[in-house]
Design a protein around this ligand. Structure first.
Ligand code: F0G
Length: 357
């Protein structure tokens, strides 16, 4: 891949579309950062993959680039999805670029402001469904099966093909040495499946000799995968009324659960849940200790890491990669509510001097 641009298309041979016809906003090639301060505090070798740096601010752009390219190849005129927010923001942007009509089904009142703004501003038809994400996905699937739109949720395999490049980039950044663990938030369970697929493809291509354990983190109020893993089961019991401050992963019936469970079991990984409080605390920790701003769902991976260290599951010195899935500004309300109101002051030098101290 040497000499190629640092975006996900450097791995074009591993992607199932004609690269010259790609619908792209230069997705992928996101920062991979060693967290020096947290590594010291937590006594592990911690790296983060900052997916909030993608064109629309989340990892979804990798999947949408491939998915919308496929939509054009299939000659569809309308694309659609259900979404907790980021998928709709990303699809709206890529559909706009491709000149396709876009319809998104969102759980009413449960989508963070930044994501809603993006979906609307890129010109998608936004339908606020008076129910949760799982119901919205059920309905949009009916429209897809009825031929009204081409579905770009993560049940679409081309989405996962794009997202598997997260794994490729992590491995290349680590000079083809696998980390011990990859930790990431799990909602509809597409991304953990995609990353595991990427890991296996590079393992089978002899780029790496070992594979990481895949660790999925869910919010306590929306953790059907965690419950299944606890009992080592192959199916899940859907959570009827999922609830969490991390609205991105407020999902009770993840459609990709079979692939996600396979990723966890095959890799000798695990899944665990974290409380809303732990998520918000980890979000602040990352912002203040490392200067990295993420939305709550993304901070679940850091909250999970801390819990795994406390539980003795991780050993000192192990190399861990946390995938930070979306940008802080996706959910500005959460950030503002966590802080004191700024002081309003007259532009008086002496007064300001006193305040600054
Ligand atoms: N983190 C963020 C910021 C997300 O937006 C999502 C999913 C996830 C993690 C979980 O990924 O679903 O592949 O397990 N967001 C979807 C959406 C559901 O509609 O934007 P997953």
């Amino acid at each position: 891949f040497e000499g190629r641009k640092w975006n996900m298309w450097r791995y074009k041979e591993f992607l199932p579309v004609d690269e010259s016809k790609k619908v792209s906003l230069n997705e992928g090639g996101t920062p991979f950062i060693k967290c020096n301060n947290l590594s010291k505090d937590l006594k592990v070798d911690l790296y983060v993959k900052v997916e909030g740096s993608n064109p629309t601010g989340s990892f979804k752009d990798r999947g949408m680039s491939v998915g919308v390219t496929k939509a054009l190849e299939f000659n569809v005129d309308t694309v659609g999805c259900a979404s907790t927010g980021n998928t709709s923001a990303s699809l709206a942007a890529y559909a706009a670029r491709a000149g396709l009509r876009c319809i998104v089904f969102l759980p009413a009142g449960k989508v963070a402001l930044g994501k809603l703004a993006q979906a609307m501003f890129h010109g998608a038809q936004v339908l606020s469904i008076k129910d949760n994400f799982d119901k919205a996905l059920e309905i949009v699937t009916k429209f897809a099966l009825g031929g009204y739109l081409y579905l770009l949720n993560s049940v679409n395999p081309f989405r996962l093909e794009g997202q598997k490049t997260i794994a490729f980039e992590i491995l290349e950044e680590l000079n083809w040495e696998s980390p011990d663990h990859i930790i990431l938030p799990v909602g509809n369970a597409g991304n953990i499946s995609a990353i595991w697929k990427g890991i296996k493809e590079f393992y089978e291509s002899d780029f790496i000799d070992e594979k990481p354990c895949m660790i999925g983190i869910q919010a306590e109020g929306a953790s059907p995968i965690v419950e299944a893993v606890k009992k080592q089961k192959l199916d899940i019991k859907p959570v009827k009324n999922p609830e969490t401050v991390a609205t991105a992963i407020r999902i009770g019936s993840p459609v990709n659960y079979p692939k996600a469970l396979r990723a966890i079991y095959e890799s000798n990984g695990t899944a665990l849940s974290v409380s809303d409080e732990e998520i918000l605390k980890a979000q602040r920790l990352l912002a203040k200790k490392e200067g990295i701003g993420v939305e709550p769902a993304s901070a679940a991976s850091i909250a999970g890491l801390i819990k795994l260290i406390d539980d003795g599951y991780l050993d000192h010195g192990e190399r861990v990669v946390c995938v930070l899935t979306g940008h802080l500004l996706k959910d500005p309300k959460i950030a503002i509510n966590a802080c004191k109101k700024p002081l309003e002051v007259e532009p008086d030098f002496n007064l300001l001097k006193k305040i600054i101290g």
